[in-house]
Design a protein around this ligand. Structure first.
Ligand code: CTP
Ligand code: C5P
Length: 405
């Protein structure tokens, strides 16, 4: 996987921002001035539980603030202590974060509270976090120290997606939620789930979000296949993009020396046809973002069929499918008939049998625990908001008293 990950351990030379010139040794502790290069090293940390495109978007924004991005992921024990048990194990969470294309390096078991010591240990200029607040078990801001020392930057939290929101969708037994997020069932459900617009924290609460083409452009690499590349095509739902998908795509990537992997996504109606119930959990735009954020995917397209036109249009050399069942097309035909006829079809063993259904089951089984965890999180956030308001009122009162004097 080494070359797949493209985790650059060498010296990164782009991004001359002027000002003080810093030469940075990845992982080293020495930082000494040098004339030519200015490498900005960034630190992000978090739980990254049930990694979604909100997390990827945070890492994308962080990477744009510098050159080399290191992401620290907390252990299960640390998360359990401060927030409540995570749904995914640390090994699973580490793998998901490693697979995100803006991550240059991943640190396992990063401390829950971000300190100057950690930033210095990894030789990072500053850390980047979304504009929500993260609190310890005692209600303290985990970024207090780095904020005080000016080693903290903020990026915009991605609206409309959070683990809470995804859990809400899983519990929502409607076929239409992916195409109509503002339907009454969804609203009612999210309110029942304790996330109405009134009296709730703006960070933990659910918000509605319409995907924009702008975000898709930001996520896409824009890289065209080069002459000599092996064009590999895969198709599927890729719903709730998970480690099974990552293992599969990484195996697909290993099928050629210079692979260019195109991921085809089934439309929402198509996924609903063969999966039923409330699938897909993520709509087509969200699934596109999840796939694009993965470092091994070259691009994603919406396939109508893996037929002659598509194979010729993209000059596809190889079509792969994992060991999961191949679902027949609407007319009961084999969707891979054409690549099989051309002798370019291959079954790939991802060595991972995790499915989207397993994830949904796991989350629903943990639902009560999850709700309790979130209520606790929101109560802590509300206490901080109240304290901020009180401080503001006090300051306004002091100002008014000054004027009166
Ligand atoms: N983040 C974001 N947008 C989201 C969700 C998370 O920008 N929709 C950011 C957070 O601000 C943080 C990073 O992703 O900088 C890691 O977040 P994490 O520690 O995993 O916790 P949560 O914010 O609790 O994520 P979630 O509510 O989805 O569990
Ligand atoms: O099920 P879905 O359509 O999302 O799967 C997309 C692709 O990933 C399929 O080729 C499937 O066989 C593969 N996959 C896999 N191992 C998993 C999950 C999916 O090889 N654990």
């Amino acid at each position: 996987l080494q070359h797949v990950e493209m985790i650059r351990n060498g010296h990164h030379t782009t991004g001359d921002a002027g000002g003080e010139v810093v030469w940075s040794e990845p992982g080293g502790s020495v930082r000494s001035p040098e004339k030519r290069k200015r490498v900005v090293r960034l630190w992000c940390d978090g739980c990254y539980d049930m990694v979604h495109y909100g997390h990827s978007n945070q890492l994308r924004q962080a990477k744009a603030m510098g050159d080399y991005l290191i992401v620290g992921v907390h252990t299960d024990a640390e998360i359990s202590k401060h927030k409540g048990p995570p749904v995914f194990t640390q090994e699973e969470r580490y793998k998901m974060v490693r697979a995100i294309k803006w991550v240059d390096e991943m640190v396992e078991g990063a401390p829950y509270v971000t300190t100057l010591e950690t930033l210095d240990k990894y030789n990072c200029d500053f850390c980047v976090h979304g504009d929500d607040i993260t609190l310890t078990v005692d209600g303290k801001d985990t970024y207090e120290e780095v904020k005080r020392e000016g080693r903290y930057r903020e990026c915009k939290r991605t609206q409309g997606v959070s683990t809470t929101d995804l859990v809400g969708r899983m519990l929502l037994m409607t076929k239409a939620h992916h195409s109509n997020m503002d339907n009454p069932d969804y609203q009612q459900h999210t309110d029942n789930f304790g996330k109405g617009p009134k009296g709730h924290s703006p960070w933990t609460g659910v918000s509605q979000f319409l995907q924009t083409s702008q975000k898709i452009i930001q996520f896409a690499s824009g890289k065209e296949p080069q002459p000599g590349d092996t064009i590999i095509y895969v198709a599927g739902a890729f719903d709730l993009f998970h480690i099974g998908h990552v293992d599969f795509l990484e195996m697909v990537y290993k099928q050629a020396e210079r692979p260019y992997v195109i991921v085809g996504l089934h439309f929402d109606q198509e996924v609903n046809r063969y999966k039923g119930k409330n699938y897909p959990i993520m709509n087509i735009h969200e699934r596109t973002l999840s796939v694009l954020a993965c470092r091994v995917s070259g691009g994603s397209v919406l396939p109508y069929a893996v037929g002659k036109d598509l194979l010729d249009h993209f000059n596809v050399d190889l079509v792969c499918h994992g060991k999961t069942e191949v679902i027949p097309d609407k007319d009961a035909s084999d969707p891979y008939a054409e690549p099989k006829k051309r002798g370019i079809f291959r079954t790939i063993d991802s060595a991972n049998n995790l499915t989207t259904d397993d994830i949904v089951k796991r989350i629903i089984e943990n639902r009560l625990q999850f709700e309790a965890r979130n209520q606790k999180k929101e109560a802590k956030e509300m206490a901080v908001i109240e304290a901020m308001k009180r401080r503001e009122q006090q300051e306004q009162g002091d100002d008014a008293a000054q004027v009166a004097l």
